[in-house]
Design a protein around this ligand. Sequence first.
Ligand code: COA
Length: 260
Amino acid sequence: MSYSNITSGFDSGITTITINRPNKLNALNKDTIQELHDAFDEANEDIETKVIIITGSGEKAFVAGADISEFANFSINEGGKLAAQGQALLFDFIENLGTPVIAAVNGFALGGGLELAMSCHFRVASTNAKMGLPETSLGVIPGYGGTQRLPQLVGKGRAMELVMTAGMIDANTAKDYGLLNHVVEQDELIPLCKKIAGKIIRNSSVAISKAIKAINANYKDGKDGYKVEIKQFGKCFGTKDFVEGTTAFLEKRKADFPGK
Ligand code: COA
């Protein structure tokens, strides 16, 4: 598929999706959200793709938010629709994807940009990253899941303060808060994400997709995560990856998983 606001490239089991609107600090307009959905869907369906990395082009921003110019004149209905469509198409879609998604945060991750990073399975950032949810400074609130995922990751008090002050935190503070797993210099960001991806790729992608479901269940209203875990655990026993993984262990060799 060809895209105009993003690029998508594949190498050694990893699909890297890059948001490519550097002049607008990679702000998420409607077309970019649709293209991101399509690219994530395509990568998830691709049997060779075991890990997806998402990043922003340029050295300044991951994503500086939803594109403010697109919604400045919206009505109540249009505002609600914007949030509902965005959540379904991109943010919830990524969170529930069976393929692991790593956010490589290479600069500003503000508003919808931080919400995008938070919907990924985990986050790595460069030292120049600045993160925050500035929506209340614009008279609006986070609408792409930020009020839910930020407290899940950093705790209620810190989330309240970040949203109320509309402030930004630097990469090291974000790591202390639990928002980031690792912080490295900018030129080491993609190499580190690829190194982590390499460790993930060695394992069963089928089992990993079931683990994502079970872990996510802990954060879903009305779901008993333990029950989801039991179901997904049981399902593993019917997979070729399980047969290969256990057989390889018993034969004292490296597993060669058939995968998704
Ligand atoms: N939506 C639309 N355009 C955006 C944008 C956004 N969220 N964030 C940045 N841009 C655009 C700017 O309008 C500017 O475009 P222009 O050159 O055509 O005028 C361009 O990106 C560069 O941004 P600029 O503000 O000049 O860069 P800066 O280094 O002075 O400031 C930020 C960087 C991130 C502090 C600043 O761009 C900003 O505050 N952005 C909005 C952040 C925000 O509120 N996001 C939440 C949205 S809900």
